[in-house]
Design a binder for this molecule. Structure first.
Ligand code: ZN
Length: 149
């Protein structure tokens, strides 16, 4: 294993153990639930969208280290981004974990790069992308509406 892989592994384990932005977002106006039956990962994503901006984002759920770390790093990466930027990151992240060549307009993935090794483990791809698919469902409004009560 190279040092870089060690570092990636460490970051994933760290976020898996101590996820950032974990918990319910009380003033969310979008939410959706996701489930990965292959592994048993469950997640609920809460987003507060203002205009075109993802103002705040949190998640809760239970899953393996990969799914938890992915959700944790995703929420960090998307806070303050526009919907269009979020969509671009989703595509870039999806290409990364499925081992596809990045396109010419691929945005900088930053910490999300740590998931590049997932492409070698096809069964883990769903763990890594679960939070993203759930977020997308929340943003598209297909997720259930949040009760304000
Ligand atoms: Zn999993």
């Amino acid at each position: 294993m190279t040092d870089l892989q060690d570092l990636y592994q460490e970051l994933i384990l760290d976020h898996g153990r101590r996820p950032r932005n974990f918990g319910r977002l009380e003033d969310a106006n979008k939410t959706a639930e996701g489930y990965n039956p292959l592994c048993g990962d469950k997640i609920r994503v809460y987003v507060r969208v203002a205009g075109d901006l993802v103002e705040d984002i949190k998640f809760e759920g239970a899953g393996c280290a990969i799914s938890t770390a992915s959700a944790s790093i995703m929420t960090d990466a998307l806070k303050g981004k526009s919907r269009a930027e979020s969509e671009q990151l989703f595509k870039a992240f999806h290409d990364l974990v499925t081992g596809q060549q990045p396109g010419p307009d691929t945005p900088d993935l930053g910490k999300l790069e740590v998931f590049s090794g997932v492409s070698e483990f096809p069964t883990r791809v769903k763990c890594a992308t679960l939070s993203w698919h759930t977020l997308r469902s929340a943003l598209s409004g297909e997720g259930e509406a949040v009760s304000t009560e």
